[in-house]
Design a protein around this ligand. Structure first.
Ligand SMILES: Cc1ncc(COP(=O)(O)O)c(C=O)c1O
Length: 468
């Protein structure tokens, strides 16, 4: 253990101080009532300023983030977060605002919402957006409520079903269930796309609509999308587009033109704002012109959503401009296909062909298994990557494959970084053949090895004394 792996509590020395408060310039405050006064002093560590700074700096480096290394997590778009976004969001004219301020004092913020509405409408081909939802799943719920409202306003109360492909992101059926809709699953074909022949018999006048992601969660473009939207519209249903991962399509093709009526975007993914660990997010919902009256009248969140996230996305769009937004799509697709083609000699590629911004391997081609030795799994590959300074891709999702390894490089990584990742993935594949235990015992250099992730999430130990 290195000396500074110790925590501040262990470094504490009685009487050591790391700060001094300025003299109090204010008149003495009224005394606190006795029952509110602390009886014993707080048991805080007594350390120097340098020790505190080192403590927090070292703690921050025990975690992996987009600012420390390549983060090819699929279906999550952990991309570079431009620092200029932070500067824009921190401008005092924005941070000093309060949602209850008089409209005359908030004109700048209102212009941001108006501009964002116009930008997103231009990018998606939809008509109007609400910025209230604070996450992708929150956007899905809001969008499905719009769908229900549309049918209710027409007095068509029997439409209680929503069709969801078996490859859908888990939040899709979850949001539909929360919205009180019955979920009907439609299967995918061997090529990963929705099976249109299996969809046809599911369509009747009890269907409120269909939710789709395009590209789907396998990173594949749904080539029969026009036919699907026409079929669903033909029976009076609406099409919902999960635009969480819109980056490969920006400036190339628009959900509105594909026939979608309602959609959400994840500003905290496609539009570069930092996320992870549960937030903050922003999942604006857009609708076609004929649904504007169905947008929520009452807010679905406090005030106007996560303004700070919206501002960061605004800065990102302005920074790129129309031409470069298109390049986001092109480069993210190029990077994903390059990695796929370079690695398919060592990892199983269940669906051949051009992918969009992400793709899925189904484990190693040769995992090193013999009669007497188990082979390396996708989890082992993911853990071993940490030893080389790369975050793992998404693993065991989507559920269509047993050893899913879902890779999304994004458009913002250099060719050198991507090549380094490819080299390491080849090296890991070679290790699996030589000695799979190297992978099975990984990570070898991380602060912790293989925690029980469920227990860690359900019963986190947050206090130093509990950890002892
Ligand atoms: C395709 C898709 N839909 C929906 C979501 C949900 O977004 P959020 O995590 O912001 O609720 C995600 C997030 O990973 C996603 O990838």
């Amino acid at each position: 253990m290195k000396y500074y792996d110790k925590l501040v509590f262990e470094l504490s020395q009685k009487g050591r101080v790391g700060y001094s408060l300025p003299a109090n310039r204010f008149p003495a405050a009224p005394e606190l009532p006795v029952e509110l006064r602390r009886e014993a002093s707080l048991d805080l560590p007594e350390v120097s300023e340098a020790d505190v700074v080192r403590h927090y700096t070292n703690l921050s480096q025990m975690n992996f983030g987009v600012d420390t290394g390549f983060y090819p997590l699929g279906s999550c778009t952990m991309k570079y977060n431009p620092k200029i976004n932070e500067e824009v969001a921190a401008l005092p004219g924005f941070t000093g605002l309060h949602p209850l301020m008089h409209a005359g004092l908030t004109k700048g913020a209102l212009k941001v919402y108006q501009d964002m509405n116009n930008f997103l409408a231009a990018i998606t081909g939809l008509y109007a957006f609400t910025f209230d939802p604070c996450a992708g799943a929150h956007g899905e719920l809001t969008g499905l409520m719009v769908m229900r409202q549309y049918h209710m306003m027409r007095g068509d109360l029997k439409r209680t079903k929503v069709i969801v492909p078996d490859s859908a992101h888990g939040t899709n059926p979850a949001s539909a269930a929360v919205c009180g809709l019955e979920i009907v699953e439609v299967k995918s074909l061997e090529n990963g796309r929705v099976d249109v022949e299996a969809l046809k018999p599911l369509l009747d006048d009890t269907v409120a609509g269909m939710m789709m992601t395009n590209p789907n969660t396998l990173g594949l473009f749904e080539t029969q999308i026009k036919e699907i939207t026409e079929l669903v519209h033909g029976i009076g249903g609406l099409m919902y587009y999960d635009g969480a991962n819109m980056n490969p399509l920006m400036g190339v093709v628009r959900p509105g033109d594909m026939g979608f009526d309602i959609m959400h975007l994840n500003l905290h993914k496609t539009f570069s704002t930092p996320h992870g660990g549960g937030g903050p997010g922003s999942g604006p919902v857009g609708v076609a012109e004929h649904l504007v009256d169905c947008l929520p009248e009452l807010r679905v969140s406090g005030f106007h959503g996560n303004f700070g996230v919206i501002l960061r996305a605004y800065a990102y769009i302005l920074m790129l401009g129309k031409q470069n937004l298109k390049k986001v799509g092109q480069y993210s697709v190029l990077s994903a296909n390059y990695i796929k083609e370079c690695l398919k000699d060592a990892y199983k590629l269940p669906i051949e062909g051009v992918c969009k911004h992400e793709f899925v391997f189904d484990g190693l081609i040769n995992d090193g298994a013999h009669d007497d030795v188990h082979g390396a799994t996708t989890l082992d590959v993911a853990k071993r990557l940490l030893d080389f300074g790369f975050h793992a891709p998404t693993i065991y999702f989507p559920l269509l494959f047993h050893q899913a390894l879902m890779i999304e490089p994004t458009e913002t990584e250099s060719k050198e970084t991507i090549d380094a990742f490819i080299d390491v993935m080849h090296k890991i594949a070679a290790e699996a053949v030589e000695d799979p235990r190297i992978l099975q015992e990984a990570p070898h250099g991380a602060p912790i090895g293989r925690p029980d992730e469920t227990a860690a999430a359900r019963n986190p130990i947050l206090k130093f004394k509990d950890a002892q």
